[in-house]
Write a protein that binds this ligand. Structure first.
Ligand code: M1P
Length: 271
């Protein structure tokens, strides 16, 4: 097996050093909570010679890392991209090195957090849904993730819950109740996947990550001519909506990883 390519430390060798492509993960680079394919990882490596690339996922670092592990040729997923943002950028890396960031619990405070967590658990305890598993609240660095069925649901149970939720609106109703109960908390509730929703302060959506690429966080970033963003949940209420519609990005809606690959080939590799 050949040695992994060294981690780049600048953008000057790229064909378009002032173009940055950012990608959502689930439904964009990989199937929901599944592995990115070898073909996708090879395509991203090719794209990285053309321009700068980054990932902006809603999931936590461990989960996104796993999704690039199987087909990543033994490389840490973080090093396959110039920028790697988990939890919308609340966990951030550039050229494989961590960047300073902040935390949800420091922002909200223990007392308010406990009121919120207890409300969620009480609400879930009153739900009548076909299946319930475990881990109903996942506490992360930049957000909490709340799941009515529980994060321990199997793949089949996930698919079944997603379908059930589309018919019965379990998550939208839960979110409406939270908004009514905590109108002054300054929180955003965002459905990014199949079985849960993310809860984070206003503004800590995926646009949070842009501060690291535009130099707002006082790092010395290039003046990008174009920042492209590719995501599948780009509709209002989806967790890609804010970054997709941000004036700093050129948004692309994709329907699957295969569609992402097709759009990339068309944009960057067809002459
Ligand atoms: O990346 C999108 C979402 O993926 C997961 O959602 P679910 O488990 O509901 O399919 C979660 O990690 C969620 O935080 C994330 O936004």
């Amino acid at each position: 097996m050949s040695a992994p390519a060294p981690i780049p430390t600048d953008f000057s060798s790229r064909t378009h050093p002032r173009i940055l492509c950012l990608f959502d993960v689930d439904g964009t680079l990989s199937p929901a909570r599944g592995d990115a394919s070898k073909e996708m990882i090879d395509l991203l490596a090719r794209l990285r010679q053309t321009c700068a690339i980054g990932v902006v996922g809603g999931s936590d670092l461990k989960k996104i890392r796993e999704q690039f592990h199987v087909n990543g040729g033994g490389r840490d997923g973080v090093t396959l991209f110039d920028y790697f943002f988990a939890e919308n950028g609340l966990t951030a890396f550039k050229f494989g090195k961590p960047l300073a960031t902040q935390s949800f619990i420091n922002w909200l405070g223990e007392e308010k957090y406990q009121r919120l967590a207890k409300f969620c658990l009480r609400y879930i305890s009153q739900l009548d849904i076909p299946v319930m598993r475990g881990t109903f609240i996942e506490f992360r660095n930049g957000m909490i993730n709340v799941s009515p069925i529980g994060r321990n649901a199997s793949t089949e149970e996930r698919h079944a819950f997603e379908k059930y939720d589309k018919e019965h609106g379990i998550r939208p109703k839960f979110i409406a109740a939270l908004k009514e109960e905590f109108p002054d908390y300054g929180l955003t509730f965002s459905i990014g996947g199949q079985i849960s929703f993310d809860v984070f302060p206003h503004g800590w959506d995926k646009t949070y990550s842009l501060r690291f690429v535009t130099g707002e966080d006082s790092t010395n970033e290039p003046q990008w001519d174009e920042i492209h963003f590719f995501g599948d949940k780009t509709y209002k209420g989806g967790n890609d909506y804010e970054i997709f519609s941000d004036p700093r990005t050129i948004g692309h809606t994709v329907t699957s990883p295969e569609d992402t690959a097709r759009q990339l080939e068309e944009l960057f590799f067809s002459s």
